[in-house]
Write a protein that binds this ligand. Sequence first.
Ligand SMILES: C/C(=C\Cc1cc(O)c2ccccc2c1O)CCC[C@H](C)CCC[C@H](C)CCCC(C)C
Ligand SMILES: C[S@@+](CC[C@H](N)C(=O)[O-])C[C@H]1O[C@@H](n2cnc3c(N)ncnc32)[C@H](O)[C@@H]1O
Length: 234
Amino acid sequence: MESISPPPPNEVQALFNRIAPVYDPLNDWLSLGLHRVWKQMAVRWSRVGPGQAALDVCCGSGDLALLLARQVGIQGQVVGLDFSAAQLEIAQTRSRGLGQIAWIQGDALNLPFADHSFDGATLGYGLRNVGDIPQCLSELYRVLRPGAWAAILDFSHPQAAWVKDFQAWYLQQIVVPLAKTYNLTEEYTYLIPSLARYPKPPELITMAQAAGFQAVTFYPLMGGLMGVLVGQHP
Ligand SMILES: C/C(=C\Cc1cc(O)c2ccccc2c1O)CCC[C@H](C)CCC[C@H](C)CCCC(C)C
Ligand SMILES: C[S@@+](CC[C@H](N)C(=O)[O-])C[C@H]1O[C@@H](n2cnc3c(N)ncnc32)[C@H](O)[C@@H]1O
């Protein structure tokens, strides 16, 4: 029986601090590099453009924020927020020389920004980890300007039984054993109950609409292994 309640935020924070040194290479190996394609799609769906202000919530080691920086260009600004100091340290190192990115340690459930601060936002593999999805969506909505879009990338729930079985097999038989070689079995096993708890697309759409987002759409990726929830601040 999957554990119903998510771990407390301090345990999630500690988990991502611990995996920070191997987070990027393991994502590359385990997804055969495809996670970079999925992240690029999310950034495109955020619709940010040159000179705009973009926010990447739960930025981790900075993948999406770095892609946003390319979209907004030298005249734009990007803020990457995360509560893991170790993840932010890696993001900081990776972005040396890119002056338009600010890295902030903070809580996705209580964003340290004024209302209507950003022209677009991404949230990559964070919504499943924040512990309070409605609060996270509400904060994301609050800091977006009217007309701005949010793109939320995460694991999803395939409808086809064989894809669902493949996802479960891959996590249990490929992901966890590889993590074990880094002594991170418990940290990567966490993926399994976190996915089991994560709402299915129709419920995510309803939750985004309840937060105020309009034109809410869910785009399945890889047969539903992953997906991007997209919504606009009216
Ligand atoms: C970038 C990806 C996952 C990020 C991520 C999210 C989390 O919540 C974690 C929690 C605890 C530990 C690690 C993470 C974490 O890395 C997605 C790519 C990496 C995935 C681990 C790989 C899983 C890929 C699909 C299930 C199967 C893909 C098959 C394809 C043929 C490659
Ligand atoms: C799986 S990583 C995703 C990192 C990055 N967005 C990516 O796509 O690779 C999830 C990130 O969410 C962060 N996180 C989880 N809950 C958070 C919260 N309440 N506030 C801020 N960051 C949080 C973790 O510290 C971690 O860096």
